[in-house]
Ligand binder design. Structure first.
Ligand code: COI
Length: 355
């Protein structure tokens, strides 16, 4: 629980917007719930968090995050069960990753149990915004940025931590086409690839746009030194099924984001006796496995993307097709995960936090 000094002040909005929302047609990331949590850091400590009406933040033009990039975020989801209970999926993993991002970006950490309680309370206040339609969720976006009004390169002494939530539908509304990127780089060893920091996403926009102009939704990033090994896909981690084995790039590099969905996929597969290999995955292996038919499935795994089937992989001048049929493993894992998050199967792993 929160230390006494961090009790959460709640100032409810006077004008709920929930009546304006079409819960039958939810886009991703465009509708925002009634409230947000704001907690400032100054004088070396976190101040009292407040849940208030969702609205604009006022910023000094010299706000250091805008200039020097100390800005990190998380993404997680809450779902409603048939009994109307609210479940948040594995928030402790996001709390831990957020702490790691703070450390890498020289930002003050938030104790993991405090982070979880702030998320829980924010969701509780807007519990009516959690969609009940299958496949829809409440997306939770905690983020932190540096707020010193100062021109100069040094870690800021003040920060703002905010959590807002959005009722969302699918991030990808169709199976995904990806292109293996052999020139641009998302992350290099010693860099910030493992941190969920805003600059990683900004830097990927230009290369991703080149891919989008050729009809691909996303890139598949490769290692920065040789562009020989697969890393991740920016909006999601990437998983293949080759000869019945679930194969995914290992995380023993600091260039890949430690995905909560990917980790869950691996743990579920292992608990079902499906062989899993977390190791270096070469571009050559992937291309050959598609061509010789030993790859039967490829999918992205991410909080926003969930389990996103990959049906085309572009490599140099070729486009390699992976039929949607015969994806028993990813379909079974996806259905299980969906059921778990919606409280339809017993939570044997203890992954869901009851709000
Ligand atoms: C998430 O999956 O939560 C992300 O942050 C990725 C982004 C594409 C929405």
């Amino acid at each position: 629980m929160l230390p006494e000094t961090l009790s959460i002040k709640v100032t409810p909005t006077a004008h709920s917007r929930i009546g304006e929302v079409d819960f039958d047609n939810l886009p991703f990331g465009r509708i925002f719930s009634d409230h947000m949590l704001v907690m400032d850091y100054k004088d070396g400590e976190w101040q009292q968090p407040e849940i208030m009406a969702f609205g604009n933040l006022s910023l000094h033009p010299a706000t250091s995050a805008i200039h020097y990039g100390q800005s990190i975020f998380e993404g997680m989801k809450a779902n409603k069960t048939e009994d109307g209970e609210i479940l948040i999926f594995r928030p402790e993993m996001n709390a831990h990753r957020f702490k790691e991002s703070c450390e890498r970006m020289c930002m003050p950490t938030i104790p993991e149990e405090v982070f979880i309680e702030l998320v829980r309370k924010t969701v509780e206040v807007d519990k009516d915004w959690v969609p009940s339609k299958d496949g829809d969720s409440l997306y939770i976006r905690p983020f932190m940025f540096a707020t010193d009004d100062f021109i100069g390169i040094k870690p800021s002494e003040t920060y703002k931590f905010v959590i807002f939530t959005c009722p969302v539908g699918a991030y990808y509304s169709e199976p995904v086409n990806v292109k293996i990127e052999e020139f641009y780089t998302r992350a290099s060893e010693g860099g910030v690839g493992r941190a969920k920091t805003a600059g990683n996403y900004g830097a990927a926009l230009f290369p991703a746009k080149q891919g989008q102009l050729k009809g691909f939704h996303q890139l598949v990033w490769t290692d920065s030194k040789e562009h020989k090994y697969i890393e991740e896909s920016g909006t999601m981690n990437i998983v293949f099924v080759i000869n019945g084995v679930l194969v995914t790039p290992s995380e023993d590099t600091d260039t890949i984001l430690r995905g909560v969905t990917k980790r869950s996929v691996i743990e579920i597969a292992q608990s079902w006796g499906i062989p899993v290999e977390e190791r270096k995955v070469s571009v050559e292996e992937v291309v050959n496995a598609i061509k010789d038919g030993s790859m039967t499935d490829a999918f992205g795994a991410g909080t926003a993307a969930t389990i996103a089937p990959i049906v085309k992989i572009g490599f140099r001048d070729e486009v390699l097709n992976l039929p949607l049929e015969g994806r028993e493993i990813s379909t079974k894992i996806k259905n299980y995960l969906d059921d778990l998050k919606a409280g339809k199967v017993e939570d044997t792993h203890g992954w869901c936090l009851h709000v």
